[in-house]
Design a protein around this ligand. Structure first.
Ligand code: EZ4
Ligand code: CO
Length: 412
């Protein structure tokens, strides 16, 4: 099982994706997602210059050993670029192992712990009316859990609100919410925490009145609040029984969650920008969160995220893996295999990719009755169409950033 070749494919069908492709001497191909939204080419360089040369000739069957070699062997540990790079190698090796065994990866991880994965979609609207329409649309698409994001009076543009076209002029391609925009500079958005805190509870009250008590509802505060503001929001949302409140504070300071936790019983989710188990050390051990938001792509791959989730399981903390459009179909497949196999699954975020993306990445997952399933194709179940990929060269794109009314940069 020697690795004969490895190459990095950069493609931009509806948005940019970075994919590592590893081929063994006996002709098995494995894929790994290495997409780091807005900083894609840093990962490409890390892989091409520093990792691919180490892969050729290595034993593709030694997944754990390869992980330790790339992590400890780099000396410079952690960080999103390093961990996305390692993640892509890890995914590709699991894909190869599954294909060699003739089994889907979830079987290699211990088999299915459930029939399918409860998935949530992204409803949003500038107004409550638009939001209701979007919730109805998601229910019609089969979603049985819904993230609710809303415009705030007085703010121009705000995180999480869909426009009906993608950025970069791809008119007609419907995305629930695609924050990255093509162009040479990031878009500037505005923010006002007090206006947001005044508005959001009324929106959830309206949604509960319209759609009833049963529908699981989620919300993402996207790192914008201080600990005491977050505590206040959690408390004011308690009557609306959220499935979770996500990223209430910037994630670097794990201890911030302790203060939030002392004040509210609203369940908390965090971690989409975390990249190792160490980022979770205190919040899991002290039971300050309820859900782990890491994507396989951004947290060192299946091998490492499984360890994070096993650690979380000891504290009744569950998975809620990140599944935005910037996680490629390969990264989504890896998430589904891992989520199906672990015991402490919570929920899976699922945003549909565009038709061009689906043409580049041929997938075998299903979404039925509100549940995702990775399918039973050997490996991860995703194949890359190189010709299609080649039709969509990389285009520079950035995530937006925030400024307050007085011009101060604020967390986005
Ligand atoms: O902002 O994926 O919960 N989902 C999110 C996403 C992230 C983007 C960043 O690349 O917060 O929309
Ligand atoms: Co989020």
């Amino acid at each position: 099982m020697k690795i004969a070749a490895a190459d990095v494919v950069v493609t931009s069908p509806d948005r940019n994706f970075v994919t590592l492709r590893i081929t063994t001497e006996d002709g098995i191909t494995g894929l790994g997602d290495a997409t780091l939204n807005g900083r894609e080419l840093a990962v490409v360089a890390y892989l091409r210059e520093h990792v691919v040369p180490l892969l050729v000739g290595a034993d593709a069957s030694r997944i754990e050993d390869m992980w330790q070699f790339l992590y400890r062997g780099a000396y410079w540990r952690r960080g999103p670029v390093t961990m996305a790079s390692i993640a892509s190698v890890d995914m590709a090796l699991w894909d190869i192992k599954g294909k060699a065994a003739g089994m889907p990866v979830y079987q290699l991880l211990g088999g299915a712990s459930r029939e399918g994965l409860l998935a949530y979609g992204h409803a949003s609207g500038k107004s409550t009316e638009e939001l209701f329409e979007s919730v109805r649309d998601h229910l019609e698409q089969g979603y049985r859990a819904i993230r609710v994001q809303t415009g705030v009076p007085g703010l121009r543009s705000i995180y999480g609100i869909a426009s009906n076209t993608t950025s970069g002029g791809n008119a007609g391609v419907r995305y629930d919410h695609e924050p990255a925009q093509r162009g040479a500079r990031p878009a500037e958005e505005d923010w006002d925490t007090r206006a947001y805190l005044r508005h959001v509870p009324a929106v959830f009250e309206a949604v509960r009145n319209e759609f009833g008590p049963e529908l699981p509802l989620l919300h993402d505060a996207h790192h914008r609040l201080t600990p005491i503001q977050a505590a206040s929001l959690g408390r004011s949302l308690e009557p609306y029984d959220l499935f979770w409140l996500e990223d209430v504070t910037p994630a670097e300071n794990q201890e911030a969650l302790r203060l939030v936790r002392q004040h509210t019983t609203t369940p908390l989710a965090i971690g989409e920008v975390f990249n190792s188990v160490w980022d979770y050390q205190h919040v899991i051990r002290e039971q300050l969160i309820d859900y782990v938001r890491s994507a396989v792509t951004h947290t060192g791959g299946i091998t490492h995220l499984r360890k994070v989730l096993d650690y979380a399981a000891m504290y009744q903390v569950k998975s809620g893996m990140h599944g935005p459009t910037d996680v490629s179909p390969v990264g989504m497949a890896a998430a589904m295999h891992l989520a199906l196999s672990i015991h402490n699954f919570g929920i899976q975020e699922y945003m549909k990719h565009g038709a061009r993306t689906d043409a580049v990445f041929r997938q075998s997952f299903t979404f039925e009755g509100g549940l995702l399933h990775p399918g039973d194709a050997p490996g991860l179940g995703v194949e890359l169409d190189a010709d299609e990929a080649g039709r969509h060269p990389y285009e520079q794109a950035y995530l937006p950033y925030n400024r307050l009314a007085d011009g101060t940069v604020h967390d986005w």
